[in-house]
Design a protein around this ligand. Structure first.
Ligand code: MF3
Ligand code: CO
Length: 248
């Protein structure tokens, strides 16, 4: 069932997204050599609690942290650890907030200092594929229009899409219908309608699209150890098109 949110719910989701955007403003500055994922996770936890929210991921299906921090070949769901960031790393930060029962979800991948040219291209193309996907969002467009925009941009640039994980509806829960795959899939292909809120999240690898989950049952890494990037926004379908509710 795909929920259509009413005005009051949209205002609640908007406030949650505003708080998440403020958190990203602070977190971005902390992706520096020597800082650790646990440093960022502690900061995010304190920030969210101080502002009256709850970390939406903490405890979700047993997830043990506020943030997912996915470094280099980690695709998503990296559990924050004590390994300091190094110049040349790429650091994915994924975070969601529950503010008064309204959920936001966003992710960004940032470079630590200067990074290789191919890695810069990976970040640029992944970010662009999210932007192109967002341009598709308007009433009566279909989920496959989003999927196609991501897939074709990444593929044209020689990169590979992760298939095992998808975007999703969001707002009254962290994961709602519909699923938003990053490739055109044979499954259900609903139309977008005003009042829907969706999280679009391309996950793009330099090498193989294959991934595996580590023994901690969370950390998703590329099968070949190649680098992976992830960007995500929470997006509202409006009468005339869309509004991106999260900002980094
Ligand atoms: N941000 C993830 C997503 O977009 C959710 C993280 S899973 C969790 O779907 F368990 F860490 F919450
Ligand atoms: Co998400």
């Amino acid at each position: 069932m795909i929920r259509i949110k009413n005005e009051r719910q949209i205002e609640g989701i908007r406030s949650s997204c505003d708080l998440l955007s403020l958190l990203y403003e602070k977190l971005k500055l902390q992706v520096q050599p020597g800082n650790t994922p646990k440093d960022l996770d502690r900061f995010a936890y304190d920030f969210i609690i101080k502002h009256g929210g709850k970390p939406a991921f903490l405890g979700y299906e047993g997830y043990p942290a506020t943030l997912c921090i996915s470094v280099n070949e980690v695709v998503i769901h990296g559990i924050p650890n004590d390994r300091p960031f190094h110049e040349g790393d790429i650091v994915g930060i994924d975070s969601g907030i529950n503010l008064n029962g309204y959920f936001s979800d966003a992710a960004i991948t940032l470079p630590v200092g200067s990074i290789a040219q191919e890695t810069q291209k990976l970040l640029k193309v992944t970010r662009e594929s999210l932007e192109l996907a967002i341009e598709q969002v308007k009433p009566h467009a279909r989920v496959s229009d989003i999927s196609r925009a991501v897939f074709s941009h990444a593929t044209k640039n020689g990169f590979k899409l992760v298939r095992q994980y998808c975007g999703h509806g969001v707002g009254l829960e962290i994961h709602e219908d519909p699923q938003i795959p990053n490739y055109v899939s044979p499954g259900p292909n609903p139309r977008l309608m005003p009042g829907m809120v969706i999280a679009i999240e391309p996950m793009i690898n330099i090498g193989t699209s294959d991934v595996r989950v580590l023994d901690d049952d969370w950390t998703v890494v590329t099968m070949d150890g190649s680098l992976s990037a992830h960007f995500e926004h929470t997006v509202l379908v409006t009468d005339s098109g869309h509004e991106v509710l999260t900002k980094w």
